[in-house]
Design a protein around this ligand. Structure first.
Ligand SMILES: Nc1ncnc2c1ncn2[C@@H]1O[C@H](COP(=O)(O)OP(=O)(O)OP(=O)(O)O)[C@@H](O)[C@H]1O
Length: 823
């Protein structure tokens, strides 16, 4: 069942010219083509009546016919219509030439963007049919040419049939025509051979042993599928009379795909559904239904018919369509332009030759003081630091140079010197020295860079520039999550804005949603205006930017629910990850009626993760770890940021699940180790200077600078455009304890139960957070008490983000109820 369809890429027989990609041109061409079809149709019809009268005029030279206005014809569509009809019918394929109208109709409809048939197959089979038809008609009505102006088989038909008759005689020609007929049917219609063989096979017994075995196996294997799929599997066994399992599975998948409105470009049989349906209807009328269980042998025909009936209803209701385009919901959405961003580096000054030279001398001298000779030194100027790469003389111990970090810093009188000894893969030792006037790397230059613009990443993030001035981009989808830490004021918020900005520049609102968690309440608020375009939130939640700790817990758990439901969808679709799933969905291989939906990426950003861990501990750590462990394949990615890089915040669980980390400048080497598992972040110079650790790699990057007014301009630009009616709704999260309401034993109620009941009734507020605050207890315990209150009938059921209804209106009723409960 889970076997994959063979996904060979097929070469396109025809590539659409670029001008046809313009919808307006397609529309105009569609109208023109439709009107031309009608015109030609009228010309043909008229030709049958007026062709005789016009014949003499049609024999004159074409140019004269067309340009001599003195010549008039009877044909309703004028000389052009008369000429075309004569050319296609009499000089071409006879009456069979009318089939060109069919091709033109399919083409016109296709130009309007509606795909009812495969154009390739329509053209091919219609042309073959015309050739065959013209030969047949010419053969049958060979004498009619002498009595009528109309050549029923056209000149082509007469020529071929005359030639065949001379070659193989009348009988031979008839046989050739019959062979061609069956060939056309056999190749043109799927399963046509089976249907044609039906009358002969009716009494023939299938090879019982093999087939019975296969059928049993398949019944077991697919017992959880619908009856209809079972039928199909039997169908595939019997049609092919083969026990080749692989092939059955392929057929079955193909069929399910058809059900789900697959774009059947390559399957003429499905395109010809009306013929199949006709076939089936007549079969059903004539063949009495046979109970399969009555017969020990497999009834080939009966099962095939059952399948066809199902196929019929599906193919009528869901004609194959073009690929689904998720961006069509907001088809007028304009991606933001570069003009919204600013050029911050206008005042940037370059590192002078003199600065480089003096640094070089100081480095060489300091090393010499410690008896370390170098053979080579090379400088690479970065935006904020310059990397001096040195090759030490043979015999120098690398650790010796490494230990001189402080001495070199002293002699250069500069902070933020970092020694990389050795530079991996280069065979040199690097000394990073901050530039006297650091350059600001503007977000604009990074977004405009070729690397970012041409990036094919699923979630492209442009972070800044490396030490060699290259644009540094990452695919967040591959990370798959990111931990960002750094002391306050070192560029973390700017870094988060750079990440969000780059995603906003590349993604359509249908493809990406952010869940923004901001306990500090100020950092991410700027994005609230793009709620209906790019944000996701809990149902009935007013604010899309989550600031309340309880809502954070509910949101994280809701993301876990979303994660589980996405996994179910992937499983149902036999897709391994979101990309495969969405590709199938876009190709219309997944039916929305079966719960399938286009899955946008969800990027969860938590700014100040420390606040959450401090207040809710495990309650946030557990869902974060769960999402981090599992969410990669289903397109949920997390970025968590903190300015407190201590081990009680960045716990082992968090670290284990966030292999990709960014460190801005931190106060101590210990902090650096906590974030990156190595020192270095303590030697950064701040203001966006950062170290990115991707597993084993450690890269120094100057973060792109994007200022608040720029982000505002960007969000305003997006906000002004057509939006979805609301933010993406995350699934409602119902706490687990709630589900087991029936199992709650009030005899084992919480010690605070009574007090909580009085609080709730007194304040007429059934909120978990109120209980939590009032009694200074954890969220879980407060949740359990509320569940017990519900079980006792004091509060109503969970209602999403709204507070629960209080069912007891006064203290008297409460005391009465409590006396019963406590008894
Ligand atoms: N990439 C950068 N390039 C140039 N300057 C920067 C960059 N990033 C930050 N800065 C400067 O540093 C200041 C502080 O940055 P930011 O607000 O991002 O710090 P932070 O780490 O988020 O601080 P906090 O944790 O207190 O919010 C900015 O106002 C800006 O002047």
């Amino acid at each position: 069942m889970a076997k994959k369809r063979n996904t060979k890429t097929k070469k396109k027989w025809f590539t659409t010219p670029s001008f046809l990609l313009d919808e307006r041109i397609r529309f105009i061409l569609g109208i023109s083509s439709s009107l031309f079809t009608i015109y030609l149709g009228l010309a043909f019809v008229s030709f049958f009546f007026t062709g005789g009268a016009d014949q003499s005029k049609l024999d004159i030279q074409l140019l004269e016919l067309l340009f001599n206005s003195g010549i008039r014809v009877e044909n309703w569509t004028g000389k052009t219509g008369a000429f075309l009809s004569n050319l296609l019918i009499n000089k071409g394929f006879g009456i069979a030439a009318c089939s060109i109208l069919y091709i033109l109709t399919v083409l016109s409809i296709r130009l309007f963007g509606i795909k009812i048939q495969s154009l390739k197959k329509s053209i091919l089979y219609t042309l073959l049919f015309s050739i065959w038809g013209s030969v047949l008609l010419a053969f049958l009505f060979v004498d009619s040419t002498s009595t009528s102006f109309l050549y029923l088989g056209g000149t082509h038909g007469y020529f071929i049939s005359e030639w065949l008759i001379s070659l193989i005689g009348n009988v031979g020609t008839l046989f050739i025509i019959i062979i061609c007929f069956f060939s056309l049917i056999a190749f043109g219609f799927k399963n046509a051979v089976t249907h044609m063989k039906k009358p002969f096979k009716r009494k023939a017994k299938p090879e019982v042993n093999e087939l019975e075995l296969d059928e049993d196996e398949d019944d077991d294997a697919f017992e959880n599928e619908t009856d209809f799929q079972d039928e199909f599997i039997r169908d595939s066994i019997q049609i092919e009379e083969s026990n080749n399992k692989q092939f059955e599975v392929e057929l079955e998948e193909e069929f399910i795909s058809e059900l789900e409105e697959e774009d059947q470009d390559d399957e003429l049989a499905i395109n010809q559904s009306s013929e199949i349906e006709l076939d089936v209807e007549s079969d059903l009328e004539t063949i009495p239904s046979t109970n399969k269980q009555d017969n020990d042998d497999i009834d080939v025909e009966l099962t095939i018919e059952a399948v066809r009936v199902k196929e019929e209803s599906v193919s009528i209701n869901h004609a194959p369509m073009d690929d689904f385009d998720p961006t069509l919901d907001l088809s007028n959405y304009n991606y933001p332009g570069l003009d919204l961003l600013e050029d911050h580096h206008i005042n940037n000054s370059e590192v002078s030759k003199e600065e480089l030279e003096s640094n070089k001398i100081k480095i060489v001298d300091t090393l010499r003081n410690y008896k370390i000779e170098i053979t080579q030194i090379k400088a690479t100027i970065g935006p904020t630091v310059t990397l001096y790469e040195i090759v030490p003389a043979p015999g120098v111990r690398i650790s010796k140079i490494k230990n001189l970090e402080d001495d070199i810093a002293l002699s250069l009188a500069a902070l933020g010197i970092r020694i990389i000894a050795p530079i991996p893969g280069r065979g040199t030792i690097g000394i990073e020295v901050p530039n006297r006037t650091p350059e600001i790397v503007s977000m604009k230059s990074i977004i405009a860079s070729k690397k970012f613009q041409e990036s094919k990443y699923a979630l492209p993030v442009a972070l800044g520039k490396t030490i060699s001035n290259e644009t540094y981009t990452l695919d967040l989808a591959k990370m798959p999550h990111l931990l960002v830490a750094g002391a306050t004021g070192q560029g973390k918020s700017v870094g988060l804005n750079a990440i969000i900005t780059s995603l906003l520049y590349k993604k359509h609102p249908s493809q990406l949603k952010f869940v923004l968690i901001d306990p500090k309440k100020v950092e991410l608020n700027i994005y609230s205006t793009i709620e209906k375009h790019f944000l996701a939130k809990l149902p009935e939640e007013e604010e899309a930017i989550i600031t309340d700790i309880h809502k954070v817990i509910a949101t994280l758990n809701s993301l876990c629910v979303e994660m589980d439901s996405r996994y179910d969808l992937l499983k149902k679709a036999h897709a391994r990850n979101i990309i495969e799933y969405n590709t199938k969905f876009v190709k219309r291989k997944l039916n929305p009626e079966n719960g399938h939906r286009y899955l946008p990426y969800i990027v969860v950003i938590i700014d100040e993760f420390a606040d959450l861990i401090m207040t809710a501990g495990k309650e946030v750590e557990t869902p974060i770890a769960r999402i981090a462990q599992l969410a990669r394949a289903i397109g949920i990615h997390m970025i968590i940021a903190t300015q407190r890089p201590s081990t009680n915040i960045i716990t082992g669980v968090i670290k284990a699940n966030f292999p990709a980390r960014i460190a801005f400048k931190v106060a101590s080497m210990i902090d650096s180790r906590t974030i990156l598992d190595s020192p270095g972040a303590n030697q950064l110079i701040g203001r966006g200077d950062m170290l990115i650790s991707l597993g084993s790699e450690l890269i120094r990057v100057q973060c792109a600078f994007v200022d608040t007014p720029e982000v505002e301009a960007l969000t305003t630009y997006i906000q002004k455009q057509q939006a979805y009616p609301s933010a993406l709704m995350l699934p409602e999260y119902v706490s687990e304890s709630n589900e087991n309401l029936a199992e709650i034993d009030l005899q084992k109620r919480d010690a605070l139960f009574e007090e909580a009941a009085r609080l709730v009734v007194g304040s007429q507020q059934g909120s978990t957070s109120a209980i939590q605050r009032r009694f200074s207890i954890g969220y879980n315990r407060a949740g359990r008490i509320v569940d017990q209150l519900e079980a006792a009938g004091i509060v109503g059921p969970f209602e999403g983000s709204k507070a629960r209804q209080v069912l007891i209106s006064d203290d008297y009723s409460l005391e009465k109820l409590l006396s019963q409960v406590l008894a």
